[in-house]
Design a protein around this ligand. Structure first.
Ligand SMILES: [Zn+2]
Length: 173
């Protein structure tokens, strides 16, 4: 796989192999079709990995047995692990399904998305691992992960409540 950078829109195009690595992503079902380099409001560079997400046929079967239609597919943006000091985001059309028989609707399942947040499980786990070390402030974790301080604080508070519950459980033994 070879890429070069075109001047026009920052898009990375297949051409030479000297500047790129091919890495395992563990983003099951995601097909990266192009990557652009953009700049965030903060001034940090963002690798924007665009592509598509596989829609398995079995996921299209409604509980009533009919095959669901794709009602719409708005682009979704999911923050992923930083690469050095640069941010990265995945972007793909997120299928919204509707059953023509019973009218049931659902969003396509994204196996690598952290529940309740527009970030990957990998980024969520990394953030929690940094917090668990206990040597970084929320502000430092936010800087390293590229997440907002409020999000980091939220993950930190869920972790502390788990720690609190487990230590209380062990005390009653
Ligand atoms: Zn149905």
């Amino acid at each position: 796989m070879d890429y070069i950078r075109t001047e026009a829109d920052g898009q990375l195009t297949l051409a030479q192999s000297t500047e790129f690595l091919i890495l395992p992503s563990c983003l099951y079902g995601f097909n990266n079709t192009e990557t652009t380099v953009e700049t965030a409001k903060s001034g940090r560079l963002v690798y924007c990995h665009k592509g598509t997400l596989d829609l398995p046929e079995e996921e299209r079967i409604c509980t009533c047995g009919r095959r669901m239609h794709i009602n719409s597919h708005p682009d979704i943006y999911i923050r992923h692990l930083c690469i050095g000091g640069n941010l990265s985001v995945l972007s793909f059309p997120h299928n919204q399904l509707r059953c023509p028989e019973c009218g049931a609707t659902k969003s396509q399942y994204i196996s690598f998305k952290s529940a309740g947040h527009f970030i990957t499980d990998a980024l969520h786990q990394y953030t929690c691992d940094l917090l668990a070390r206990g040597t970084y402030t929320n502000k430092q974790v936010a800087e390293i992960t590229g997440l907002g301080e409020n999000t980091v604080m939220f993950f930190g508070s869920s972790r502390y409540s788990i720690t609190f519950i487990s230590s209380r459980t062990s005390m009653t033994k």
